[in-house]
Design a protein around this ligand. Structure first.
Ligand code: SF4
Length: 454
């Protein structure tokens, strides 16, 4: 990531908590900030694991491939990979990496525990639901079980594993939480619509407010944080949840907090309630300013007017705003991308994020990219930083233009409003941005206030 922020993987932390709860020992090798195997080898020889489990997104999968080639492992170590990439591409993922013994589809808490216990007892591991296992040249494919219905049954994530205080400190003193699983929408580029079909049962699930508050209290008593980020995709999906949560949050937690929402799920009542509870910023996905790209290609189902109105409601409640945007989408042209700049310049969120589109295999749009031969396979295998560069060859939008817009986007959005903000963003996204961040790190709180308003 730009700026080198450490990240916390909620799913991995819950898996570790589940295993520990059942008496197993876990350890984490967090490969950061760049690919290297020395620390992995050291960790393996020190901890002597029976199982090595990997989490991988599509962009990370190439490193997993390399890792399992570069690090020699004893025969007795069982390797398994979970996460969205293998869940949506199970066959090829398992075949692509000879040293990978198994993959886990969908939610891993129950399957991983069953696997570990079976290995411990030297039992057969080829019949565990959700797990595909390679054994004696054969793949054993097991159907997935239902989604976990009561999220309150899960233990709180094992933050210890991640040296969590360092993660908080690297992100402006912010502690991260997630209270839901799933999303009911079918945006074509997002993994949610595909993941919802892998297992059966209700996909969109909420924890109880009681459980959320209890976790926050526990974390904030163990670690020092100045703010909270509730990183659910759509925190305001259920109004009754928001109202109950906000009521308790103000009394029992009280730190400034940020949330993510979607146009159509934010109104005056919710905003007033968020503000009253101490919410600081609301992040909203615009993704594209072009109605054609947003609705036909991305299947976002919202108009420009609805987007403008949602940001106005949030701002009028006294909350800061951030917009999420994408570039390099199938069907996009420089002209259509300028509509994204124009819409952001009209709304003027307090901060903007632009990600270069990364196609996920198994999603609707990822499959379109494959079908239309848009993916540059060679580039996809190289060390490009995901979301800052494109792996696609688009007929009407060159890689050079995408990269140029990526660098100038924020500057273009703000140049009429604040020259200082525009210049900062221009430098931040230049080749000197990383260096500048490092030099200015003692002043990062001040810079953040200037550029993001919080
Ligand atoms: S609303 Fe967000 S989380 Fe939900 S499907 Fe669309 S992109 Fe994914």
């Amino acid at each position: 990531m730009k700026g080198g922020a450490r990240s916390f993987n909620y799913g991995t932390a819950i898996l570790s908590a589940v295993l520990k709860k059942h008496g197993h020992e876990t350890d984490l090798c967090y490969v950061y900030p760049s690919y290297e195997t020395k620390q992995v080898r050291r960790k393996i020889s020190g901890f002597a694991p029976r199982v090595i489990a990997f989490y991988s997104t599509t962009a990370q999968f190439r490193y997993l491939k390399r890792m399992l080639e570069d690090v020699p492992l004893d025969e007795g170590i069982f390797t398994i990979c979970g996460g969205p990439h293998v869940t949506l591409e199970p066959e090829s993922s398992l075949c692509e990496i000879p040293r990978l013994n198994a993959i886990c589809l969908g939610e891993g808490e129950e399957p991983l525990l069953e696997l570990v216990e079976a290995l411990e007892r030297d039992e057969d591991v080829t019949k565990i639901q959700n797990i595909y296992v390679k054994k004696d040249g054969e793949i054993h494919r097991n159907s997935p079980r239902s989604f976990i219905q009561n999220l309150d049954d899960l233990p709180f994530p094992d933050r210890e594993l991640f040296e969590y205080q360092k993660i908080i400190d690297s992100d402006f003193g912010t502690a991260l939480f997630m209270f839901t699983r799933g999303c009911p929408f079918n945006c074509s580029y997002c993994a949610n619509h595909a993941l919802s079909k892998v297992q059966s049962g209700r996909y969109v699930r909420f924890r109880s407010v009681e459980s959320c508050i209890r976790e926050m209290k526990e974390v904030l008593s163990e670690y020092t944080a100045r703010a909270v980020y509730v990183n659910d995709d759509l925190f305001t999906l259920r109004k009754d949840f928001v109202l109950e949560f906000c009521g308790r949050y103000k009394k029992e937690i009280g730190l400034p907090f940020d949330i993510n929402t979607r146009v159509g799920f934010i109104d005056e009542e919710i905003c007033a309630c968020l503000k009253e509870a101490g919410c600081r910023r609301v992040n909203v996905g615009i993704e594209s300013g072009s109605p054609y790209i947003r609705n036909k290609i991305l299947k976002r189902e919202m108009s420009n007017e609805q987007i403008v109105s949602a940001f106005r409601i949030v701002r009028e409640a006294g909350l800061k705003t951030k917009s999420f945007n994408m570039i390099g989408l199938p069907g996009e042209t420089p002209g259509l991308f300028r509509e994204t700049i124009a819409l952001n310049a009209k709304i003027l969120p307090d901060s903007v994020i632009l990600n270069v589109f990364d196609p996920y295999p198994g999603t609707e749009l990822g499959e379109v990219c494959k079908r239309d031969n848009l993916v540059d396979a060679e580039r996809a295998e190289k060390d490009i930083i995901p979301k800052t560069d494109t792996v696609l060859n688009l007929p009407d939008f060159s890689r050079r233009e995408i990269r140029r817009f990526y660098k100038t986007f924020a500057c273009d959005v703000y140049k009429k409003q604040s020259l200082m903000k525009a210049i900062f963003y221009r430098v931040y996204y230049s080749e000197f941005g990383e260096l500048l961040l490092r030099i200015l790190s003692p002043f990062k709180d001040i810079l953040r206030r200037i550029t993001m308003g919080i």
